[in-house]
Design a protein around this ligand. Structure first.
Ligand code: NAD
Length: 478
């Protein structure tokens, strides 16, 4: 396989891997070769450089925005702040966003952004300058806007950066009523949405729960059905990793291992995720956590400890042909994008495992981003129009039933039945429904076609078919 030589002379292969996965899946579809080529290609790649003041001098920052597919508008995808970021990676992640949105029926094309910095090396003021300048550059070139391209947080960025983007864009577009819909993952106080922060991790946990609930699949890989008591290792205690671990524990799983870049900790009896998180906040490391039975200075050793489920939720290329045979988990749930190389995936399946692929497993973030965008365009929060109405209707019903039956409910029972849904409850309900439906859609494709050998291929097949229909509906293809 010829690797792509990218502009900064760093040889990488992530986009090629995504394209190879696409090509492999495409053989199970019946679309025209030209249409498949159009779906696979990156439509627009914008690479730019801009200066910022640093200390007494200047520094030039490398940045990218890639819009992979315009079969739906706007395009959507996070912005990565990382010194490892490069053009190939941003293209690959943008492509994954296209397929991800199709898988969870979110009507966006795929995009991704990258700023080549290590945020830890910059002051907050400098980060703000970088983010605002990045926003100006995107706006100038028409790579940003509520109907054009809508970024979100990714590795190294969060609500703070999204609010700087929203403010800069709104300032540059006075009078544009929908301006704040130019970016999602904003703080709730700045037109964000309840539940977005934890959405990706919650989605990962729901994906895992759905997978382990299918009895015949669990029998095939030698696990008992159900999440309860499943031993889980999570890599990365950032947004996705922390929330995945938190919700998996809430669903009944046991978090036996946690890995960060400084090392890993393990305890077969379980780790208290919140306590580990606080320990790391206070000491700067997960190592030294008093509840750990074992510690590993080499973080990757943590992935190889006994468990049923491994959730890589940090970076790509963490499970490779070199270490996959040492992984003891039967299920890998990809919280991060691209954590498993194609070679490692083939070996893992040969050894009787299941991989819940990134483009589905971590789609909770974009799903709730979609809800946030809808909220921004409609200028009203979910539940505002109907909550009180629902509560009054429920109250009338309860009063009537109590009157007819003569049975009085306790105050707790009454309030549980009467309560109308909050924005958070509606968001979580929409997210759960999306993750459950999408899992079974992918699984059905997998089960109904014996030649399809992985859930990833099944997910790609479903995505390709949906995107092909969009192109046909646009009239671009006959
Ligand atoms: P984050 O910056 O919040 O967290 C990443 C964590 O990984 C950090 O705690 C970091 O210290 C840790 N880490 C870095 N290198 C590591 C290593 N070698 N070993 C172990 N841990 C390491 O980022 P995030 O938003 O949680 O994103 C993580 C992954 O999830 C990325 O691949 C991202 O593309 C993907 N993702 C994120 C979202 C989202 O909503 N944030 C949505 C979909 C996919």
């Amino acid at each position: 396989m010829a690797n792509i030589l990218i502009a900064d002379n760093q040889e990488t292969h992530f986009f090629n891997d995504v394209c190879n996965n696409f090509d492999y899946a495409a053989q199970f579809t019946k679309h025209d070769a030209g249409l498949l080529d159009q779906i696979k290609s990156c439509n627009s790649v914008y690479r730019f450089r801009f200066p910022i003041r640093k200390g007494n001098g200047f520094e030039v920052i490398d940045a990218w925005r890639v819009e992979h597919s315009h079969h739906q508008s706007p395009t959507k995808g996070g912005i990565r702040y990382s010194e490892m970021v490069n053009e190939d990676e941003v293209m690959a992640l943008a492509a994954l966003m296209t397929y991800k949105c199709a898988i969870v029926n979110v009507p966006f094309g795929g995009a991704k952004g990258g700023i080549k910095i290590n945020p830890k090396n910059y002051t907050i003021q400098e980060l703000e300058n970088i983010t605002r300048r990045y926003t100006v550059e995107l706006t100038k070139k028409n790579f940003l806007g509520p109907s054009i391209d809508v970024p979100a947080p990714d590795y190294g960025s969060g609500e703070r950066e999204m609010s700087w983007i929203a403010d800069t864009y709104a300032t540059m577009n006075p009078g544009q009523g929908d301006a704040l819909g130019c970016v999602t993952g904003k703080p709730i106080a700045l037109h964000g949405i309840a539940g977005r922060r934890e959405a990706t991790g919650r989605g990962v946990a729901i994906a895992v729960r759905e997978c382990v609930n299918v009895g015949e699949d669990m029998q095939r890989i030698g696990l008992m059905p159900g999440i309860s008591g499943k031993r889980i290792i999570v890599q990365g205690l950032g947004n996705v990793g922390y929330h995945s671990a938190k919700f998996l524990a809430e669903f009944g799983g046991i978090i036996v291992g946690l890995c960060e870049y400084e090392g890993a900790i393990y305890n077969a009896d379980g780790l208290d995720v919140e306590a580990v998180f606080q320990h790391r906040k206070e000491t700067g490391s997960i190592l030294g956590y008093p509840g750990a039975a074992q510690e590993f200075k080499n973080s990757k050793e943590g992935l190889e400890q006994p468990c049923d489920i491994l959730v890589p939720a940090a970076l790509e290329n963490q499970i490779t042909a070199d270490n996959v045979r040492n992984i003891q988990a039967k299920i890998i749930a990809e919280g991060a994008n691209g954590p498993t190389t194609p070679e490692a995936e083939a070996i893992f399946y040969e050894n009787g495992g299941i991989i819940i692929p990134d483009m589905y497993a971590n789609a909770g973030g974009v799903t709730v981003s979609y809800f946030e965008w809808l909220k921004n365009l409609s200028h009203v929060s979910f539940g505002r129009m109907n909550r009180r109405f629902e509560e009054n209707s429920n109250l009338n019903l309860v009063n009537m039933v109590e009157g007819i039956t003569g049975v009085a409910l306790t105050p707790m029972q009454r309030s549980t039945i009467i309560k109308g849904a909050s924005e958070l409850e509606l968001v979580n309900s929409g997210l759960e429904d999306t993750m459950i439906r999408s899992y079974h859609e992918i699984r059905e494709t997998f089960v109904n076609n014996p030649k399809i050998d992985t859930l990833r291929t099944a997910a790609f097949v479903g995505a390709i078919n949906k995107i092909a229909v969009s192109y046909m509906n646009l009239g671009i293809w006959p």
